[in-house]
Ligand binder design. Sequence first.
Ligand SMILES: Cc1cc2nc3c(=O)[nH]c(=O)nc-3n(C[C@H](O)[C@H](O)[C@H](O)COP(=O)(O)O)c2cc1C
Length: 200
Amino acid sequence: MVTDVGTGGLDLLFRRRSIGRLVEPAPDESELGSILRAGAAAPDHGELRPWRFVVLRGQGKDEFGAVLADAYLQRVEAAGGEPVPAKLEKERTKLGRAPLVIVVCAVHRHDDKHPWDDQLGAANAAAQNILLAATALGYGSMWRTGDVATDARVKAAVGLGEHDAIVGFLYIGTPAEGQAKPPKEPVLDGLVEEWTAPQS
Ligand SMILES: Cc1cc2nc3c(=O)[nH]c(=O)nc-3n(C[C@H](O)[C@H](O)[C@H](O)COP(=O)(O)O)c2cc1C
């Protein structure tokens, strides 16, 4: 099989896989600094820095679990439903799937020349840079979103307003036993074409 893994330093891109359960050790302070700087090195139209990175770990992570649980209860109430105890417990504990979670936020900058779509794109690029930096340092990671990412209460808890967005909860740590995955082998069949002008 033709493989790109190990080719020209690109192996990093293929080794990044979503790992559902991550444990200690997490990146140390110095590594975390490098990971966040990698995030801030993302392409950024207009250099607006339309992002913020909120670090959740230790007690902060536990306390944020309470925010997620409360947000779930309020979503259910607003929809006129009844909370499901197992779902409530999942919201409360889900940040426990990694020792470190980075909430990547897209912060809306008012700018006539650089639209929100570009700002959102920059924040998404920052998130991918963070995942790749974590991979380069030997850590596993996973990008997660779900209902919590668009919940106004969750957004408010990380200081965001209605015009801002959470682009992802990035879970980072060491793959738990049996969780490591092989590098990815992407298939491009049917996805690439070389454009030529229509013949008239
Ligand atoms: C914007 C975005 C949001 C994601 N949200 C979730 C999520 O909420 N839950 C989940 O299980 N995976 C989520 N993922 C991870 C994808 O499921 C994962 O990347 C995909 O299955 C491919 O696997 P790989 O990352 O190992 O290549 C998300 C990925 C992206 C890019």
